[in-house]
Write a protein that binds this ligand. Structure first.
Ligand code: ZN
Length: 167
């Protein structure tokens, strides 16, 4: 069975029990979360979010990339969110390579160049959270009153710890 076949079977079970069809378009909590793609990181679960509660933007490393910012702009300016949590996590795969490593791997495996792509790996977890919080706070297209905070989710304990970001 392929992974897609597997999850389609799970979806049939989900749909059979589904009762959230009346959830609102605008999130109940004025919250947008930026988190990593890591399979252990499930913001809906560790933040207690159900359908209709909040926005979750995900990418590799939970980095404040141009496309993450695009989603946060839509979330705040179109769909009314007013608080943003940047949530990185322990044991993130983004610390396991450098840009040079992944560019060399991609060139070897595909023959194509990724030299103009910053994959945004990092070595210091707290510093990467601080960088991304500052990038979001500095974006002039976001609401002035947007509250942006930084967090680290511990994949071993399920705990969420704040990373203070001055300014
Ligand atoms: Zn990660």
């Amino acid at each position: 069975m392929s992974a897609v076949d597997d999850v389609l079977e799970r979806n049939r079970e989900y749909a059979a029990r589904f009762t959230d069809g009346a959830a609102p378009l605008l999130p109940r909590l004025p919250l947008v979360v930026l988190s990593c793609i890591d399979a252990r990181v499930q913001p809906a679960r560790f933040l207690g979010l159900g359908p209709g509660d909040a926005h979750v933007v995900r990418n590799a490393g939970a980095r404040a990339t141009p496309d993450a910012l695009r989603s946060i702009i839509i979330s705040t300016q179109v769909l009314g969110t007013r608080e943003c949590m940047v949530i990185h996590h322990t044991d993130c795969g983004m610390v396991s390579f450098t840009n040079d490593d992944i560019r060399a791997k991609l060139r070897a495996e595909t023959g194509a160049s990724a030299d103009d792509i910053d994959f945004m790996p990092f070595t210091d977890l707290d510093a990467s959270v601080q960088d991304d919080v500052r990038t979001i706070r500095a974006n002039p297209l976001l609401p002035k009153e947007l509250e942006v905070s930084g967090w680290v989710f511990d994949v071993a304990t399920g705990r969420l710890d704040e990373v203070k970001v001055l300014g």
